[in-house]
Design a protein around this ligand. Structure first.
Ligand SMILES: Nc1ncnc2c1ncn2[C@@H]1O[C@H](COP(=O)(O)OP(=O)(O)O)[C@@H](O)[C@H]1O
Ligand SMILES: [Mg+2]
Length: 266
């Protein structure tokens, strides 16, 4: 039994967010990347964001992480405006970005060291390694780990900060199909255990339906949230059930009519 405190998630609200970037090959001009994005995520909800490459998913996550700022609009966690990065908003990328010269334990501790809270939280490191099933690998180095195990380290490293919101940018995108399905169950288990609010970016429609309470479908040029789809299927979900497959074809058809089906299935 893991004894770590439960970090109950916070609600997240994105209101009329606009963001444009300078166009590198046309000096003086800008291109709209996000065009009036609005949605809310309830505390403890798991929501996926799907859409083709370039529609602004990572840009949106960076804004929520506080790594960049919108041109207009508002982002709030609970009642608080997002004004910069915070350990309360964890971010996990496709590349686990581990320090190759540090052991698994030291990689998980690294964020605590940077924040000057290692002494206060050292007792939790073993709990979090156990939570993600890595206790036997505490002294291993990243090059000894498989892709799935490296991603478990990245998840533990984010979760040890007790984030109120966990932002996942295609975290399973580099894994083979079988490891990916196992890790989907793993992330769901962590979510149920921690009750952290999660926003998961994925290219994979099946992954989004399998995991989420709700799916936000984004369309590109400029990036917009085009549809919000509630997934009411009971968990654990059967990827071959008729309602699952019906949702899948609805979403694919929708993206096809938005002219992006080829990108999405890539
Ligand atoms: N720092 C940046 N400078 C200029 N353009 C950017 C920058 N970040 C993202 N963009 C542009 O914004 C759009 C959305 O990118 P991104 O959020 O990475 O999409 P996604 O994650 O959905 O693939 C793209 O057209 C991309 O080229
Ligand atoms: Mg991206």
């Amino acid at each position: 039994m893991v004894t770590t405190n439960i970090a109950v998630g916070s609600a997240l609200r994105v209101h009329e967010v606009h963001k444009s970037f300078a166009v590198p090959d046309a000096p003086g001009t800008t291109r709209l990347a996000l065009d009036g994005i609005s949605f809310s995520i309830a505390a403890g909800e798991l929501v996926s964001l799907v859409g083709p490459s370039g529609c602004g998913k990572s840009t949106l996550l960076r804004l929520i992480a506080g790594l960049d700022f919108p041109d207009a609009g508002e982002l709030l966690v609970g009642e608080e405006k997002i004004l910069g990065p915070s350990a309360a908003r964890g971010l996990v990328f496709q590349d686990p970005n581990l320090f190759p010269w540090l052991t698994v334990r030291r990689n998980i501790e690294a964020g605590l060291v940077a924040r000057g809270v290692l002494e206060a939280q050292r007792h939790e490191v073993s709990d979090f390694m156990r939570l993600v099933g890595l206790e036997a690998f505490a002294n291993s180095y990243p090059h000894h780990l498989s892709g799935g195990m490296s991603q478990r380290v990245a998840l533990a490293r984010a979760l040890i900060n007790h984030p109120k919101v966990l932002l996942l940018d295609e975290p399973l995108g580099a894994l083979d199909a079988f490891t990916r399905m196992r890790m989907q169950d793993e992330v769901l288990r962590l979510w149920e255990n921690r009750r952290t609010t999660m926003l998961l970016v994925t290219h994979d429609i099946d992954e989004a339906i399998y995991m989420s309470d709700r799916i936000l479908v984004m369309t590109p040029a400029p990036g917009r949230v085009d549809r919000k789809i509630d997934i009411d299927l009971l968990r654990p979900r059967d990827r071959t059930s008729e309602p699952f497959l019906r949702l899948r074809s609805q979403i694919l058809e929708h993206l096809h009519f938005a002219g992006t089906a080829a990108d999405v299935s890539a």
